[in-house]
Ligand binder design. Structure first.
Ligand code: PEP
Ligand code: MN
Length: 361
């Protein structure tokens, strides 16, 4: 079901809202000089919103936890000297009051905070009557309802300048990404909240500067509205997230190289060939569904013989053999192991569900 909140477009934020809306600046404000020089370089690229973390939520203690309130004065100088809007993360009511008092223009709620409804509600209550953009990062766990819930709490305080930030999701499993993106979650978010701007944070998704561009390009190809990118004059000596920060010059290169493609075109040849290909896809999808239905009918028969013979559902050796053989066959057909594994795990889980019903009937 679609959720209809009163959300204004990015053009209401007081910036020129051409796509992508760019937000950039250091992970953390470290010194006044670092903040001002970074802001000037980014402003020269046409970037209108400057980000810097003032209070930093760190995973382990005894790391740099941000400069604190003194950094807000530096943000004020950035605004006065460049005309940029300034943005920072707030994680509690004290942060909200201090940031507002010092004229910060845009606030974002970090991933660890948006996972906590109590914290989000307290922030929302502190924002009552305030009319500035509030950006809500996805919670660290891939729970779309929790993300939407955080956005609804902020909207409930009367905030209409809202956006979501996709910064990827934590997982125990190792991957190329620091926080694996879940593009399907953002696609579902767009479906549920059609008027909500979605901003991608390729820095925290990638965790490595050389992966930032490809993540940013993917977000643009999925029709997302903006990018929030960490930038530091000398990432190697940054006090936080050095591996993923780009120099302002690299941010400029990214902006030059990124392709912004429209969602639709009126070109007749294109629309015709797309329609033809889509009808092929529809037929293939029907075949897939018929095949799955046949597979599940066999699964039911297996469930019945297991019940008659009183054996358990899971046969680990058989499952290992199915997945190994599917991956081998998939590989020879150019299908990635990751995809095959996900697909077969889903099929297997459904088979287990069907057999569970039969065994318990
Ligand atoms: C950040 O933007 O610097 C930050 C801490 O992000 P996240 O909440 O996504 O980890
Ligand atoms: Mn960071």
């Amino acid at each position: 079901m679609e959720i209809n909140l009163n959300i204004e477009p990015v053009s209401s934020w007081g910036v020129n809202a051409t796509k992508p809306l760019m937000i950039s600046g250091p992970c953390s404000a470290e010194t006044e000089e670092q903040v001002i020089t970074t802001a000037k370089d980014l402003s020269a690229l046409g970037i209108q919103i400057f980000r810097a973390g003032i209070w930093k939520p760190r995973t382990r203690p005894n790391q740099f936890e941000g400069v604190g309130s003194v950094g807000l004065k530096w943000m004020k100088t950035v605004k006065a000297e460049t005309g940029m809007l300034t943005a920072t993360e707030v994680a509690n009511v004290k942060h909200v009051y201090e940031a507002l008092k010092m004229g910060i223009d845009v606030l974002w709620i970090g991933a660890r905070t948006s996972a906590n409804p109590f914290a989000v509600q307290e922030i929302a209550d502190a924002l009552n009557g305030v009319d500035i953009p509030i950006l809500v990062k996805n919670p660290i766990n891939p729970d779309l309802d929790l993300w939407i819930g955080a956005i609804e709490r902020i909207a409930g305080a009367g905030i209409t300048k809202l956006a979501a930030i996709h910064r990827g999701f934590s997982s125990f499993e190792k991957s190329n990404f620091r926080n694996a993106p879940q593009w399907q979650i953002t696609i579902e978010l767009r479906k549920r909240m059609r008027n909500l701007p979605i901003i991608c944070d390729p820095s925290h998704i990638a965790g490595a500067s050389d992966l930032v561009f490809e993540v940013a390009q993917k977000a643009m190809d999925l029709g997302q509205d903006g990018l929030i990118i960490e930038s530091h004059p000398n990432p190697r000596v940054a006090l936080s997230d050095g591996k993923q920060q780009l120099t302002p010059k690299q941010v400029g290169e990214l902006m030059k190289n990124i392709q912004i493609r429209p969602e639709k075109t009126d070109n007749k040849d294109f629309t015709e060939s797309l329609e033809e290909l889509r009808s092929q896809i529809d037929m293939i999808d029907d075949e897939i569904l018929d095949t799955i239905q046949r597979r599940m009918a066999v699964v039911s028969q297996i469930g019945k013989t297991k019940k008659t013979n009183n054996v358990q559902i899971l046969q680990t050796d058989r499952w290992i053999q199915i997945i190994e053989s599917a991956k081998k066959k998939g590989d020879s057909k150019g299908l990635s192991g990751e995809f095959i594994e996900k697909l077969f795990k889903a099929l297997h889980q459904e088979s287990i569900n069907i057999q569970t019903k039969i065994l318990n009937s």
